[in-house]
Design a protein around this ligand. Structure first.
Ligand code: FE
Length: 212
């Protein structure tokens, strides 16, 4: 509905203005240092992002002891790789299997494991995702282009301010020869939210000199 889009747009503009006004006021009063604010924003735009989570998943795929630790105490296991901090204090990892597919939502707002996934995508914060993920997870997955076998159970985890979930997607077939760095490239942000799957194994490089 176009009216809705328009409302959202105005809301964002209004929000933008308010954020700027607040930043100006707080800076003038000496409560915040604009350079510190820039550093925080830069951190979440570049240093912190889904590549952190992808490294965690790839390690879980290749290191059984780490996988066990991750499933037992995700906060500690993830912190051991240098990823921690705000919005990641209490993390829980849930592992996809052929029997169970996990999907993460925050029905109340937009709680999300920042240290390993960065800032949440816009759709994660949207009302339609937040309500439909619970009511019709299979339909949501279809919208994301994911079709699971009818026999697969879908389990939806509701994030809160206390607990942030991360999905360990299934390791794609035919990736036995890949190292952790190559595996990490197959782990998308959506795969770790559960609205996607890990990417398929890359096609093997053609043998040198081989003619078709
Ligand atoms: Fe939330």
């Amino acid at each position: 509905m176009s009216e809705h889009t328009h409302d959202d747009h105005s809301h964002l503009d209004d929000m933008d203005v308010r954020v700027r006004a607040l930043e100006t006021l707080l800076t003038h009063k000496g409560y915040v240092d604009p350079a510190a604010l820039d550093a925080i924003i830069e951190t979440y735009e570049t240093r912190v992002g889904p590549h952190n989570g992808a490294a965690v998943v790839a390690r879980a795929w290749t290191d059984p002891a780490f996988r066990d630790w991750l499933l037992r105490d995700a906060t500690a296991a993830i912190a051991s790789m240098g990823f921690g901090g705000r919005q990641g204090e209490h993390m829980v990892a849930v592992e996809n299997t052929p029997e169970v597919h996990h999907m993460v939502v925050c029905t109340l707002c937009s709680c999300y494991p920042w240290p390993i996934l960065g800032l949440p995508p816009v759709w994660y914060k949207s009302a339609p995702y937040r309500s439909r993920a619970v009511q019709d997870p299979r339909g949501v997955l279809r919208d994301f282009g994911v079709t699971l076998p009818a026999g697969t159970t879908i389990r939806v985890w509701d994030s809160t301010a206390e607990v942030r979930y991360v999905v360990i997607p299934m390791r794609p077939a035919g990736t036995e020869h890949l190292d952790a760095a190559a595996l990490a490239r197959l782990v998308t942000r959506d795969a770790m939210i559960g609205t996607g799957l890990a990417l398929p194994a890359p096609a093997p490089a053609p043998a040198t000199g081989a003619a078709p």
